[in-house]
Design a protein around this ligand. Structure first.
Ligand code: HEM
Length: 462
């Protein structure tokens, strides 16, 4: 049963899927421009599609297959060669990129850092970033006309989440150039992190990809800066932030601690994996709210009741369930990590299909979240998809913005809390409205970004 049957729900932009099979060259070209535009239309209503483009691949869109790959037979499906090729130049061997025992001990060591109690101690940094963002939006309104301003919400959200991750990870590093690290990450995401035609042809890992050669050194300087920071912090008194917790981290089984190189890789991976993804969840949330006045008013009323004029703090989180539903629905329609892939080690059968060693299993999360068999009204924005009773009735493996199984995102709690704190703070103070003109096109290279940014109108609430 729908909540407001008479109300027209907002249908946001959707990637245009190809309606005919693509050649290898078309796939390679389109993967670099927008990887989602290679997923055929039929995938939005099928459970498995198989083919060969250099390597054998299977596109799976089914909770049973997702559970088998990510949980039940997880040892048979490590992260794919393409993922490794893309991520290793920037984040080296880290929790994100390792396998087997190398992954297990690092994950065990880092797990206690992301417990709710430790995360709660970091929420003041989130509140601080939310306040600064409000101030910048006030500035945009002051520069605007008749109480209304315009801001690129994508840029604003990146600035907010980058501030949080830097405060949490890099605090006390006075000499450290945050901007330089931010720029290096952006350049990396725009160059090395793109799939190359060499990857599609399955050329060996050791053949350097052109973008890799041209952009060698992009992340080197940031790596050096982070290494210097770790050296400084090892000598300084302990601090209560993410880096402080990481310096103390120890595998409870073996007692092993991270050496400086592993620490640096993990810190860098938290920055890369953590800030743009959360910024995207927030930017798409605000975009969707701007196009649905009723939902925005309901979320704003909840925020005002919980925090007044704000800003939101960690102890407000429980009073903001609808704001969380909005964020979850935004990540259904626009999952920041829109595709996950794995590579089979041994033979297996997936939904009745033979899987050979070396086959690539692609889980297009974006497609899964808009699948016509599994979701009621999948193309429309409706936070009621995340009403508690609906979540309870749904298969866990149908909604995977953070992945699932043992390799589920380690920063999920951190990301959801910062998103809730920022969203509630902004909704209590401002109203967001569409800017008009063209709609932002969802484009996936490594994350799912709005092409052309996300300009929205903003006005202060009474
Ligand atoms: C909305 C924000 C975020 C989204 C959508 C997101 C999404 C994901 C997804 C889908 C995975 C699994 C990838 C796979 O299975 O191939 C993942 C893993 C990971 N994420 Fe996140 N992430 C977010 C925020 C964060 C934050 C804030 C951090 C760190 C502070 C973080 C650190 C990691 C790490 C280290 C892994 C690897 C875990 C492992 O393999 O054991 N992420 N993330």
């Amino acid at each position: 049963m729908l909540d407001h049957p008479a109300r027209a729900k907002f249908r946001p932009p959707h990637v245009k899927p190809p309606t005919r099979p693509l050649s290898l060259w078309e796939t390679a070209r389109m993967s670099r421009q927008n990887a989602l535009s290679t997923i055929p239309e039929i995938a939005y209503s099928s459970r498995i599609l198989s083919g060969k483009t250099g390597f054998r691949w299977h596109i799976v869109c089914s909770p049973d297959a997702n559970r088998q790959v990510l949980l039940d037979n997880v040892e048979n499906y490590p992260k794919s060669r393409i993922t490794q090729r893309i991520l290793e130049p920037a984040i080296g061997r880290s929790i994100f990129t390792s396998h087997g025992e190398e992954w297990r001990w690092q994950r065990r060591a880092a797990a206690p850092i992301f417990t709710p109690r430790k995360m709660m101690s970091l929420t003041p940094m989130m509140t601080e970033a939310a306040t600064r963002t409000s101030e910048r939006l006030e500035g945009a309104i002051a520069r605007g006309f008749e109480g209304r301003g315009v801001a690129d919400i994508m840029e604003e959200m990146v600035a907010a989440t980058y501030q949080i991750v830097c405060d949490a990870l890099l605090s006390g590093a006075e000499g450290l150039d945050r901007r330089e690290i931010g720029q290096a990450i952006t350049r990396y995401l725009e160059t090395i992190a793109k799939i190359s035609v060499f990857d599609m042809l399955d050329l060996p890992h050791w053949i350097p990809r052109p973008a890799q050669v041209l952009n060698r050194g992009v992340t080197e300087r940031s790596g050096q800066m982070i290494a210097e920071l770790i050296a400084q912090r090892r000598k300084a008194p302990p601090r209560q932030d993410l880096l402080g917790f990481m310096l103390e981290a120890q595998d409870p089984e073996s007692g092993q601690r991270m050496d400086d190189a592993t620490l640096a890789n993990n810190l860098f991976s938290f920055i890369v994996a953590g800030h743009e993804t959360t910024a995207l969840a927030l930017a798409w949330s605000l975009y969707l709210l701007a196009h649905d006045e009723n939902v925005q008013e309901r979320a704003a009323a909840e925020a005002r009741a919980a925090i007044g004029q704000g800003p939101a703090r960690g102890d407000h989180l429980e009073a903001l369930p609808y704001c969380r539903q909005v964020i979850e629905e935004a990540m259904r329609l626009f999952p920041p990590a829109a595709m996950i892939s794995r590579e089979a080690v041994a033979r297996d059968t997936l939904l009745g299909r033979e899987i050979e060693p070396g086959d690539m299993v692609i889980m297009p999360i974006y497609t899964l979240h808009r699948h016509s068999h599994f979701w009621e009204d999948p193309m429309h924005f409706d936070p009621e998809h995340f009403a508690p009773e609906k979540v309870k009735a749904r298969d866990r493996y149908l909604y995977l913005p953070f992945g699932a199984g043992p390799r589920i995102c380690i920063g999920m709690g951190f990301a959801l809390w910062e998103a809730q704190i920022i969203l509630a703070t902004l909704l209590a103070r401002f109203r967001f409205l569409p800017k008009g003109g063209t709609q932002p096109e969802p484009v996936m290279t490594i994350t799912l970004r709005p092409k052309g940014g996300m300009p929205l109108k903003i006005e202060r609430r009474g």
